[in-house]
Design a protein around this ligand. Structure first.
Ligand SMILES: [Zn+2]
Length: 537
């Protein structure tokens, strides 16, 4: 026996879908709206009706044969994905989040494919989509449809305007104040708008012509000891937040190894962005955060190019989701794709792969060198996959990417284990540099790309819009180590640096500080942004 397919008019299907999208996928949005209009239920009701009319108008606009079903399904699936990340992690789907999603690695996306995600997508996305596929839509002939739908759309829009105008002051000030936090949680509106924004930018930025940078760069001669070369290892961390480093005052011992070495931690350092795809290019670009944009990054060479113009050997060693274009003109060694079972599982590798690679390959370099090591660090939500079992010192740890199955304290434990592991890797790097002191006058600089939320204010992960991002996402660790040779040759005064650790630092400093560390002179170097210059003789 076959079930007869129910027949439904296109207009009625649009109304049902609008109701579903607005009221079944926007729990976070309505919770915040209720809070905002504290006690004034009438304002919330009027707003709900106004938004519903607007949703109906938009859906009816696409109500044509062969168009309407794919369009409604796209809206339903987008809303389901957006509401999952919004409700689970507090994520706002900005253009940068879209970019991160579309440019991620298989290993990274696998981490997010939890049963919680799949269940949510089936219940909120797939099932309603199947219903849309199942029903038979009654369409009017095209001219009649235009004749009917045009007044319907106009009527909805007029209704929306009248309702908003009924208390324009309240609604417009809410929108102005909260366009980027409360309104940005409305799905599928925000994810769709961000996706369109991403592709528009992607298209317009295609034509940007890369300008050379710092072609006048030269390495000034320093009196290096006989046969030795100058070496800077730049370690780019991932999702490490300053608050969880005991070097920065965390009450848990997460830096037992670095504390035994002569490192300096700059405790007041902020990131350029709140996600990898913004922070990493920004760190290596010549632009400070306030001037930075992805268009500017694409229009200019970066730190690695300037170093190469000066004759410095440069390599980027990758153990994360990619160099984001920074190493386009440099040699890149992709360790993540090595699939070495000693370190790697499911396309992701422990950071030990970086320090072991350094141990084995440092001897191959015979000139002044800058190496960038891009760690996988504390990349969430599967923190427990970032460290080997013996590093699980803080217990019980959350051993799933499904945060709803863990207490916040277990999530923090797993996260702190990643910091403990980073502490070990950085210490190994320092030890390898020490072991090669006969060949290299070396130093190490470590900065994370951004921080992380671990449940504070109901937020998890990162990628919050910068201006509302909590300190936990923008306050990053910045740690350095200088070999005795390096201190002597460059006149770097550690006690002077130690006295300045509480002063402000940021990603803006990296470009100029590394040029200073490599003793590169160029017109694009700004001494005032070289964080170590004042302590160098
Ligand atoms: Zn990152």
């Amino acid at each position: 026996m076959r079930f007869p397919r129910p027949v439904i008019s296109s207009g009625f299907l649009c109304v049902l879908t609008a109701l579903y999208l607005l009221f079944f996928n926007n729990r976070t949005f309505w919770t915040l709206i209720l809070q905002y209009f504290d006690g004034q239920l009438m304002k919330v009701v009027v707003m709900a009706v106004a938004l519903l009319l607007l949703h109906i108008a938009i859906l009816v606009l696409f109500s044509a044969q062969y168009v309407i079903k794919p369009f409604l399904i796209l809206m339903v699936m987008t809303a389901a994905g957006g509401s999952y990340f919004g409700e689970t992690f507090g994520t706002i789907i900005t253009r940068n989040v879209v970019e991160a999603t579309l440019t991620t690695t298989a290993g990274e996306s696998r981490n997010l494919m939890t049963t919680g995600f799949i269940t949510h997508m089936v219940l909120y996305g797939l099932l309603p989509s199947l219903l849309i596929v199942w029903v038979r839509i009654k369409h009017r002939p095209i001219f009649k449809k235009i004749l009917v739908n045009t007044p319907v759309i106009l009527g909805c829009v007029v209704g929306f305007v009248v309702l908003v105008a009924s208390d324009f002051g309240a609604y417009s000030s809410m929108y102005r104040m909260h366009r980027n936090d409360i309104m940005a949680r409305l799905v599928p509106y925000k994810p769709v708008a961000s996706t369109v924004d991403y592709f528009v930018r992607h298209y317009t930025e295609r034509h940007i012509v890369m300008q050379p940078l710092g072609q006048d760069a030269v390495q000034e001669t320093v009196a290096l000891p006989e046969g030795k070369k100058l070496l800077t290892v730049v370690v780019v961390g991932e999702t490490a937040r300053a608050q969880n480093f005991s070097l920065n005052g965390y009450n848990r011992e997460t830096n037992p190894e670095l504390k035994k070495r002569e490192v300096i931690a700059f405790t007041n350092t902020t990131s350029c962005g709140t996600e990898t795809s913004v922070s990493v290019p920004c760190m290596f670009s010549p632009f400070p955060r306030k001037d930075y944009s992805s268009a500017k990054f694409k229009g200019s060479e970066n730190l690695l190019d300037v170093l190469q113009y000066a004759g410095v050997k440069v390599e980027w060693w990758e153990n994360n989701t990619g160099d984001k274009g920074v190493a386009d003109r440099s040699k890149l060694i992709d360790l993540q794709n090595s699939y070495d079972p000693k370190y790697c599982e499911g396309g992701e590798c422990l950071d030990q792969i970086l320090s072991d690679y350094l141990r084995d390959h440092l001897k191959d370099f015979d000139g002044n060198t800058t190496l960038v090591l891009h760690m996988t660090g504390s990349h969430g939500p599967a923190y427990y996959m970032r460290y080997p079992p013996e590093m699980a010192q803080f217990k019980p740890e959350c051993r799933t990417a499904e945060f709803s199955e863990c207490e916040d304290s277990q999530i923090v434990n797993a996260y702190d284990n990643t910091i403990l592991y980073t502490d070990k890797i950085l210490s190994q790097i320092i030890d390898i540099l020490k072991a090669n002191e006969d060949k290299f006058v070396s130093s190490m600089i470590y900065m994370s790309d951004h921080g992380e939320s671990l449940g504070e204010r109901g937020l998890y992960l990162h990628a919050a819009p910068y201006f509302i991002a909590p300190d936990t996402q923008t306050h990053i660790p910045f740690i350095t180590w200088f070999s005795p040779d390096y201190q002597a040759v460059t006149g770097t005064d550690l006690s002077c640096l130690r006295a300045s650790t509480a002063e402000e630092a940021s990603h803006d400093n990296l470009f100029h500080t590394v040029l200073g560390m490599m003793n590169v002179k160029t017109s694009v170097y700004d001494r005032s942004l070289d964080r170590f210059a004042a302590c160098r003789k």
